[in-house]
Write a protein that binds this ligand. Structure first.
Ligand SMILES: Nc1ncnc2c1ncn2[C@@H]1O[C@H](COP(=O)(O)OP(=O)(O)OP(=O)(O)O)[C@@H](O)[C@H]1O
Ligand SMILES: [Mg+2]
Length: 507
């Protein structure tokens, strides 16, 4: 058995070392004991709190509910669990989960409060990322199906435009259809970017050099009122990223910054080497440990309130006037960075400005830009092409386009069909044009590999609605293939085939 003194000293230790906040009040709510953890949780020392009423430390909206919990505890209804927010000395709100008991012999309330700040932040991050995930799936699915439809519309517009005897009003209608379909195609491309399903071509990139090139362009286009400064880290790591998309992201962020500074201001583009440690990863659910190349764009414009900040990555969220902004700028940047296994963070304060930071994974090892082996030159004219595509309408329009261009075309509806019907005779074909994502065992990539085994000289053009396939995640297209992103126009198709036949290295 412990003596009273021993028991008291143990209790004192518990009180002093507790991570939770322990408060003791009298029957009127005056604080008579406060654990030292108040310093860490609320920024107030026990001496600053003892002798005062608890009420001014609490968020007023929570006061009444807390009082009724105290009354209930006093009425003998055992231990009470409730939440009540307090103010930190620095003014921020601290969410606390409380356990309260009333001790009749001492006429004291005992409260133990757990700081829920981290938990609530984690939950909010989780909710946010689940929401983005769900919206991403939806937009990605819609965009994918629309691309196949637009492919067919655009192919038929191209075919009709070739017709010689078309009356001129019909030509005007046709141009309008073509223009509208092209706009729809641009929109679906943006949606695919957001849903992390665009075809990316990552190459080892020096971000400093990319910033240098883009900054020249920005200086010309953002106008005189915007001062552009760069702060580039020497010895910046290399990252494996799709350059065109990173440039587009930098431009998007700079345009947003300009819009936030209508009367002029300063745009700062910064790069740095950053390592995410355990601490950072613990505070940011969606960050992964490791080395990153940071690219940050900051402005000293109007900034954003926290409720706005939560929404900026959502597709179509814009505060700009109709016709001024589509609300897809940041969504695209977000999707692109996520698809590149990177991380994005945005800081903003009303009246002070905004900083968006992009983190791209440092490239592993000493990668150099891969140059494709030239494919031997082919016969000129009359080349044979095998088209493999599961969507019948898309297949038909590609076959028609190729036939019109003067090629001899065969077709299959799946990878398995293609191997069954043409596996033995693959050498007869000069080019294989295949969709990447197809049902069944043999998707476009497998088919391309099988075709190359049977006919080493065959040229390969991959068509992609989006890249579910790991093909792009790995960073490089296999087999020196060309990539055509749907929907594509006849001119794009013609060019890709020609380049494959002439053995121009893939870009
Ligand atoms: N640097 C910034 N400063 C202040 N607000 C910003 C900044 N960047 C973005 N925002 C806010 O976020 C919203 C969404 O930005 P986003 O780039 O996605 O779309 P947008 O600029 O409105 O349209 P779009 O980029 O498609 O033309 C903007 O409308 C604006 O309210
Ligand atoms: Mg924008």
């Amino acid at each position: 058995m412990l003596t009273d003194d021993e028991a008291r000293s143990i209790n004192q230790r518990v009180f002093e070392t507790s991570q939770d906040l322990i408060l003791v009040t009298d029957g009127y709510g005056t604080l008579i004991q406060v654990s030292p953890s108040s310093m860490a949780i609320l920024g107030f020392s026990p001496a600053e709190m003892i002798g005062k009423s608890g009420a001014p430390f609490m968020v007023p909206a929570d006061l009444e509910a807390t009082r009724s919990e105290m009354r209930a505890a006093r009425a003998g209804r055992a231990t009470r669990h409730f939440s009540c927010r307090y103010f930190h000395k620095d003014g921020r709100v601290v969410p606390l989960m409380w356990m309260g008991v009333w001790s009749e012999p001492d006429h004291h309330h005992f409260f133990i409060g757990r700081d829920m700040t981290d938990r609530e932040r984690t939950e909010a991050q989780l909710r946010q990322s689940q929401k983005m995930e769900a919206v991403g799936l939806l937009t990605g699915g819609i965009a994918h199906d629309f691309n196949n439809i637009l492919m067919v519309i655009l192919a038929n517009v191209d075919a009709l435009q070739e017709e010689q005897g078309l009356a001129s009003p019909l030509r005007v209608y046709l141009d309008q259809i073509g223009g509208a379909a092209q706009r729809a195609a641009d929109l679906t491309r943006q949606l695919l970017a957001y849903s992390r399903k665009q075809a990316l071509r990552p190459t080892p990139t020096d971000v400093n050099e990319l910033v240098g090139g883009t900054a020249r362009l920005l200086r010309r286009s953002l106008g005189e009122q915007i001062e552009i400064a760069t702060l580039l880290a020497p010895d910046l790591w290399t990252t494996n990223v799709d350059r065109a998309n990173l440039e587009a992201a930098l431009i998007n962020l700079s345009v947003n910054a300009r819009d936030a500074m209508p009367t002029g201001g300063r745009l700062l583009v910064e790069t740095a080497n950053i390592t995410f440690d355990d601490d950072y990863v613990a505070r940011n659910l969606d960050a992964v440990r490791g080395d990153y190349v940071m690219l940050a764009v900051s402005d000293n414009g109007g900034g954003m309130a926290p409720e706005l900040l939560e929404k900026v990555f959502e597709p179509f969220f814009t505060t700009k006037d109709v016709g001024k902004g589509s609300g897809l700028g940041l969504s695209m940047v977000y999707g692109f960075i996520k698809q590149s296994n990177g991380h994005i963070k945005i800081y903003s304060e009303v009246g002070r400005g905004t900083a968006v930071r992009l983190y791209l994974p440092r490239a592993q090892g000493s990668e150099t830009v891969a140059t494709a082996k030239p494919v031997p030159a082919m016969l000129a004219g009359g080349e044979r092409i095998l088209v493999v595509e599961d969507d019948e309408q898309v297949r038909r329009s590609v076959v028609q386009q190729l036939a019109k261009l003067g090629y001899a075309v065969s077709e299959s509806a799946s990878g398995a069909d293609a191997l069954r019907d043409f596996g033995e005779t693959m050498r007869r074909f000069d080019v294989l044009v295949t969709d990447i994502v197809m049902p069944g065992e043999i998707d476009g990539r497998r088919l391309a590999e099988a075709a190359r085994e049977r006919a080493p000289a065959i040229g390969i053009v991959l068509m992609s609605g989006y890249s579910e396939d790991a093909v792009f995640q790995s960073g490089k297209l296999p087999l020196e293939a060309r990539l055509l992103t749907k929907p594509f126009r006849r001119a794009d198709l013609a060019q890709a085939i020609r380049q494959v036949l002439d053995g121009t290295p893939a870009p």
